[in-house]
Ligand binder design. Structure first.
Ligand code: MG
Length: 255
């Protein structure tokens, strides 16, 4: 199943995507699919971030190849013994085809292409074997980062949580395998990150167990699962695309 959130008459509405047609719902698809009997053509829709999070929970280091490049860029640390968690504020939430920029004091604004996990029911103390029961589906996410600020501050809140720093979309699907998904980031059409989620240090099942042992995840919450090697800077006028096979392309314009 593929889910989207679109604008209709100025407000958000959830829908199920079948081919090029969006069958709209009267409420979010977390518990059941409540079709409202209407439909829209995808080409006429403005897509919104396909989630309604109370929090964005992010994994800091989850691909072996990214750790070695971070060692030089940020803090010199090695492979974590357990997932490194941080949060992005809801002010970060950004839509497909969205724009993002940074204040003038930021000297390095990076893309981080990631697999996003959208939660469908309240999750607390979830066992890894049961994780799929709690997942609505998977999406693309760009964990936009002010790298110079992340490095200077030590704490990541300011460098990771500026306005619009989490473009998410274009849809959520449960039709991909989160343990074997091709992920690619392109900057102005040039491939800058290319990997597969089979290279995760900690997979989605264990991530769910680790997070929910500590905090309750609510329907619509999002987990950003970490980025592979190849992170790099963006500048004003750039177009960055995160593509996950089976999900689609999340395009963002840099202001
Ligand atoms: Mg990241």
């Amino acid at each position: 199943m593929k889910y989207v959130r679109v604008l209709r008459e100025g407000g958000p509405v959830w829908g199920v995507l079948e081919g090029e047609r969006v069958h709209t719902l009267s409420k979010a698809p977390y518990k059941e699919l409540a079709y409202d009997g209407k439909h829209l053509d995808l080409k006429d829709c403005t897509l919104l971030a396909p989630c309604e999070p109370t929090k964005l929970v992010c994994i800091g280091r989850n691909y072996y190849d990214h750790i070695s490049e971070l060692r030089d860029m940020v803090d010199g640390s090695g492979t974590p013994e357990q997932p490194t968690l941080f949060l992005k504020g809801l002010n970060c939430l950004n839509h497909p085809e969205g724009h993002v920029g940074a204040p003038e004091f930021v000297t390095r604004l990076d893309y981080e292409g990631e697999l996003g996990v959208v939660i469908k029911k309240r999750a607390k103390n979830v066992k890894a074997a049961d994780f799929a029961d709690y997942v609505l589906g998977y999406t693309c996410l760009n964990d936009v980062t002010a790298r110079d600020i992340q490095k200077a501050d030590g704490q990541w809140a300011r460098g990771k949580s500026m306005d619009g720093f989490a473009p998410i979309g274009p849809l959520v699907t449960d039709e991909i395998d989160p343990a074997n998904a091709d992920i690619e980031t392109r900057l102005n059409g040039r491939v800058v990150q290319k990997s597969n989620t089979s290279l995760f240090i900690t997979g989605v099942a264990k991530i769910m167990e680790f997070i929910t042992a500590a905090m309750t995840l609510e329907p619509g919450d999002v987990i950003a699962t970490g980025t592979p090697a190849g992170v790099g800077p963006m500048k004003c006028g750039d177009v960055v695309e995160v593509e996950i096979k089976g999900v689609g392309v999340l395009r963002t314009y840099i202001d």
